[in-house]
Structure formats: structure tokens, C-alpha cells
Ligand binder design. Structure first.
Ligand code: ZN
Length: 267
């Protein structure tokens, strides 16, 4: 959803007061999915496979995000057991939790407390037809634990995207002394179905999100750390392309749908 017309562009001095700072996170995530889907469709991404995941409340986030580690830079093939939802809409495997979900701690004082539904990265299923959101586990790689979200949810990306992210994170850690704070990566088709059912057309049409292809990520929506005009955002925009990760034009500051947290693997 476009930023409200007439809203002044965010600056480093006046941190971005994006839609997310006024609306529940689910609105923002939905928008992200819509945009990612549009982008994916535009470039004719190959659509692929099936997955699911168990919802869990967000908790345990710290003001500084995930601690820096010296963990192996390798990415492991996924070996998660299949979790086949019996009814995607009735029993979503997603983090589309109840509205009473635990608010996510946010270290940025200007970001309002979050109290909306919870979204987490999907766990890939053992099998899938390879279409968007239905990638089999064998087509995805699980990121090292530094990339887990604050609740400990593992992150999954296409193997080449995952390997590139590990290298990017190594450079990021070398520059800032801490790892990147990853929020969301792969999203399954069933999870998108559930989100669409919960949110309506504001959510991406299932099967169209770039997250469903395993080559998109969201960093934590912490505007004072990753928002437009921040040192880390500027560093990522300047350096991530060297690792195949980019901030797409539609997500840039001043674009109709600025999403400082969204990056895509394009190599
Ligand atoms: Zn995204």
C-alpha cells in the first residue's frame, strides 16, 4: 500500500514514519508480499513448491538484535519434516497468529509498539512441486543460526541466495561487529493462503510473492537501525549488490511503496 500521499519523505533526522509505524505489522507485511509478488510476476520468476510452519509468538528480541557469532558460514540443506496442513485456511501453518500476539520488542523509540498478528518464516515441506511457495526442502537451504529471528525461527532461502547472504553477513559483521537481524525469508503457499484469507486483497495473491521463491528477505523492521538514512541501510544498499542482494527500486526511499527492510537476491 502506498505511503499516504502528501507524507513528507523520511530523513535521518526525522526517521521514516512509514505505514508500519501507524498500522499493525500485518499490514506492512502484507504490503511487502503484494509488492514482492508483483515484482516476481513482472520478471517471470519460475513458480515452485509446498511448505508450512508453526506459528509462535515473537519474544526475546533484544535492543541490539542477534549477537554476533563466529558460526560456520556454511548453509545446511533442509531436513525439516513435512508439515502438511490439513486445511490451509482453517489450520494455517503460518505465523498469522491471533491479534493477541505478543508485541514484538523494538529498540527504536519512534517505532510504535506492535500488537498485531505474528508472521514468521515458513518451514519448507519435504516435498513440493517447485512452484511459488511450494518449494521442497531439497530446494532450500537453512541459514546458520545467526539468521534465526528473535524467537529462534530458522530462515530458509534458495541455496545460492543463502550462500550469498552468508557472505554478505560476514562483510556486514566485519563492518558493524554484529550479524544482520533477519526477520522473514521463505514463505509457503499455505501460509500465503492463510494470510490472504486473514487480510484480504491487501495480501499478495498466493503464488506470487518473491518470498515464495526463496530469494527475498526482510531485515527487522527497526527504523532506527535499518531504516532509510541509517548507516546500516546505506551500507547494505551500497554493498549488498556485490553479493547479489539488492534493494529493489520499488522499495527505495521516495518510491510509492518504500520498504527499507526488503531485499531480493538477483544474481
Ligand atoms: Zn519482503
Amino acid at each position: 500500500m502506498p505511503r499516504p500521499r502528501g507524507a513528507p519523505p523520511p530523513t535521518a533526522q526525522t526517521p521514516l514514519v512509514r505505514t508500519a509505524t501507524r498500522a499493525p505489522r500485518w499490514v506492512v507485511v502484507a504490503v511487502c508480499l503484494v509488492l514482492a509478488g508483483a515484482t516476481a510476476g513482472a520478471i517471470g520468476l519460475t513458480l515452485r513448491a509446498d511448505a508450512a510452519r508453526t506459528a509462535a509468538p515473537r519474544a526475546g528480541a533484544t535492543a541490539t538484535g542477534s549477537p554476533s557469532t563466529t558460526q560456520s558460514s556454511t548453509v545446511a540443506p533442509t531436513t525439516e519434516p513435512t508439515r502438511t496442513p490439513t486445511k490451509a485456511a482453517a489450520a494455517p501453518s503460518t505465523g498469522v497468529a491471533a491479534a493477541s500476539a505478543t508485541p514484538r520488542p523494538n529498540p527504536c523509540p519512534l517505532d510504535p509498539p506492535y500488537a498485531g498478528p505474528i508472521f514468521v518464516t515458513s518451514t519448507p515441506a519435504a516435498s513440493g512441486d517447485g512452484s511459488n511457495g511450494r518449494l521442497p526442502a531439497s530446494a532450500l537451504a537453512r541459514l546458520p543460526s545467526w539468521a534465526n529471528d528473535p524467537m529462534g525461527t530458522p530462515q530458509y532461502l534458495r541455496p545460492d541466495a543463502a550462500a550469498a547472504l552468508v557472505r554478505l553477513n560476514d562483510a556486514f559483521r566485519g563492518r558493524f561487529g554484529s550479524t544482520m537481524d533477519i526477520d522473514l525469508t521463505y514463505r509457503s503457499y499455505p501460509d500465503q493462503v492463510a494470510i490472504r484469507a486473514a487480510l484480504g486483497t491487501i495480501a499478495a495473491k498466493p503464488g506470487t510473492s518473491r518470498h515464495g521463491t526463496g530469494n527475498a528477505l526482510d531485515v527487522q523492521e527497526w527504523s532506527c537501525i535499518y531504516g532509510f538514512g541509517t548507516e546500516k541501510r546505506d551500507w547494505l544498499v551500497a554493498n549488498a549488490p556485490g553479493f547479489g542482494w539488492v534493494s529493489p527500486s520499488w522499495a527505495r526511499e521516495g518510491a510509492d511503496n518504500p520498504e527499507y527492510w526488503h531485499y531480493e537476491y538477483v544474481a
